[in-house]
Design a protein around this ligand. Sequence first.
Ligand code: PEP
Ligand code: MG
Length: 672
Amino acid sequence: MKSVELEIGNESGLHARPAAALVRAASGFRSDVRIENATLGRPPADAKSLVGVLAAGVEKGHRIRLWADGADEAEAVEALRKLLATDPDDPAGQVKGAGARTRVFGLAAAPGIAVGPAWWPALDGAAGQAFRPGPDDAEPGIRSAAASAGAQLEALAARLCELDRTGEAEILEAQALMAVDPALVDEAVRLAAGGLDAVAAIRASAEASARALSALDDELLAARAADVRDVGARVARIMSGAAIAWPEAPSIAVAVDLAPSLVVEVPPGLLIGVALAGGSPTAHVAILARSLGIPAVVAAAGLDPGAAAGSVLALDGETGEVILDPNAADLGRLTDRQAARADRDRRAAATRGRLAATKDGRRVALMANIRSPEDAARAIAAGAEGVGLFRTEYLFMRRQSPPGETEQTAAYRRTMEAFGPERPVVIRLADIGGDKEIPYLGLPDEPNPFLGVRAIRLAHGSRELLLTQLRAIWRAAGLARVTPHVMAAMVSTVADARLLLELRDEARAAVLAAGHPCPDRMTTGLMIEVPSAAILAPELARLADFFSIGTNDLTQYVLAADRGNPSLARFQDALHPAVLRTIASVLAGADAAGIPVAACGELAGDPAGALVLVGLGVDELSADAASLDGIRAALADVTVTELRDLASRALAATDAETVRALAGELLVRVPD
Ligand code: PEP
Ligand code: MG
């Protein structure tokens, strides 16, 4: 081990830029490098971590100690000593830019705070030996590069599977399929035969497919356009032998948009954040960042990736804040926030294993939202008391034809058996339509899909889709020996509710006639997510065993604001009193009929939302497994009286911000 002690002489100490330069330099050595602020007597920090160096709080005049331990320890200590002895505000000229502080806000896409050098992923054209196909071998060149891209993406998917991220692995598996998709490859071959360079041809073909998807005016499909471009760029890279130059030190990727596969491909530990000028929280890059625990902000208009590259960047993936060249006050604020959140998360994790209840003992059932039987293990590990929303439409996605009755029976049975007879699994009949289009069903194009033929409305035209599903649910429950729980989305009239009951009974008769074991009854619920259903709650409650409030759709329909339109994001807060007053009337209708009410939209997983919903009288909350600890912790800190008081003040408010502030008074405060 080698060490050196020295005094820091520059005005700003070891803050943003000098700190970044030290981290970059330290990261270039194989040895472990640590820094200690001897003046303040703080514990040594990792000198390869910007947060570590910043947390050392080195000011002008402080004495620091640097240690290196490893194969190149002597060189490391000497190089770092020299670095800190040169122009302290820009040591060795390693940090680019004059450092004008810029603060912009984008959309929160993956939680967490990151501080680090900005890295603009760019192609390193010199890397690798290009096999760039000429006009004569364009076709085999394109086909073999496409096959290699497919194999690379399969390998990345396998890496995610090893991390137990099967849902996210599917994203890359789908991309692997896109890489060899005839529509993409044949079009590139055709363009190359017409005289275009093979690399340009695959790019043009991918761009054409991406544009076709973007033009569909559907946020989810538009987000998939980025996946196709990503695939095209990968095939092009393989043909041209270019590679992306990875950052040398842990960095934050800045770009207009980012290839989803890149997030998985960057060597572990080097990608500590993502800041995008474009993108959307539902894009795959955001989903992958969330699942890998990499903080991300998207749609940060005003963020210029070219200008940011090389500077220090700070971002908060929970508030959407991005700061270029943060000052000491910014870093202090972010560090405090990070510590407060870590404390909040620790307290929340400590509630795992307990049933959710308020401080004075009022029980609230906590259920999980899932998309496939594979999600069951994660939900059970998170302490879910069952499933409040199984979004079965995902079983219909990323395939060429609908899953048959037997396949569906197996999927539902597996899920029911994973939870057992004591933990109900509420299966939502496929919510197809709206933003969830299934191309092979050949449903007609609609000018307003969110106001169109969606979910239960599909059965007014053709009953078979939902009947097949209901037969599969009856059969699965018969085999798993549990009582099946079902609900339908987009119920808007009493006729819709009656149709659901009719389909349920018809499916049971068919299952019995075919000689399958079948339970006597099915607990049958209605999702309340359309204003007309809320208004009809007293009548609907007499037809159902339970209600489940879909706060996502209820918000979009009450406020008439498309939930997928980022420019209407300010309308999407379900804590808006107009939504809460609607929920209060649903609860009154349900109470009169004596049926329980659950909430399963995003609001249920937001601690502030959970407090308000329970205060209003909701019996059960269903949310993503990752949110359950936070809800349990929030409830454990408050009494029923406090929650009722919160609910009545929320109902009297006129905007969501006021309600959020009221709920915030009851939550563990995290500094803004
Ligand atoms: C909702 O609308 O709140 C809901 C839970 O359903 P989805 O988000 O799948 O439409
Ligand atoms: Mg919904």
